[in-house]
Design a protein. Structure first.
Length: 165
C-alpha cells in the first residue's frame, strides 16, 4: 500500500504533519528552546528530592542524553538568571543545579498555562471525546513502542549477522 494513494492513511499523515507544523507548545514559551524548558522542569522535579540541587548527570540521564548535551542548556539558563550551578561539597566533580526564584516563577507560569490549555481542550472536546482521544493515543503509543522494539530487534539481528537463515 502506498500511503499517498490510501485516503485514510493520507488523512492521518496530513493530520500528524499539521500538528508538527503547528508547534503549539512554542506559543507560551517564546524566547526559550523546548529543550531548555524540559531541563527547567527536570531541575524543578529533581530539587523536590534533592534540596542541594540536581546533578547535571541526573538531568541528562532523565532526558536520555549525554551530560555534554545538557551542559550548554544549563549554561544558557544560568545566563538568563533562571538557574544556579554549584559544585557538590562532597565531590567537586559533580555540578548541581537549582532554580532561582525567577526560574521557579517561570516553571509555575508554564505549568499554569499548560493546565489552562488542557482545561480548554477538555471543555472543547467534552468528556466522551476526551476518553476516546486518550484511548486512541494509548493505542498509538503501544503500536509505536512495539514497532520500535521490533525494529531494534531486527537491527541487532542484522548487525550480528543473524538474518534468520
Amino acid at each position: 500500500m502506498n500511503v499517498g494513494e490510501e485516503p485514510k492513511a493520507r488523512r492521518l499523515l496530513e493530520v500528524f504533519s499539521r500538528f508538527r507544523k503547528l508547534r503549539w507548545h512554542h506559543d507560551e514559551i517564546v524566547g526559550f528552546k523546548p529543550s531548555e524548558i524540559r531541563v527547567l522542569f527536570f531541575i524543578q522535579m529533581g530539587c523536590l528530592k534533592e534540596e542541594r540541587g540536581i546533578p547535571v548527570s541526573k538531568i541528562s540521564s532523565k532526558m536520555h542524553v549525554t551530560s555534554p548535551t545538557v551542559t550548554p542548556l544549563v549554561k544558557s539558563l544560568e545566563s538568563q538568571g533562571l538557574v544556579v550551578r554549584n559544585h557538590d561539597q562532597e565531590d567537586r566533580r559533580v555540578v548541581r543545579v537549582k532554580l532561582t526564584e525567577e526560574g521557579e516563577k517561570l516553571c509555575r507560569d508554564l505549568r499554569a498555562s499548560q493546565q489552562q490549555s488542557f482545561k480548554e481542550l477538555m471543555e472543547y472536546l467534552g468528556p466522551e471525546r476526551i476518553d476516546q482521544l486518550a484511548d486512541l493515543l494509548e493505542m498509538v503509543f503501544r503500536f509505536m513502542e512495539e514497532k520500535r522494539k521490533q525494529d531494534a530487534g531486527a537491527s541487532s539481528k542484522r548487525e550480528s549477522g543473524d538474518d534468520g537463515e
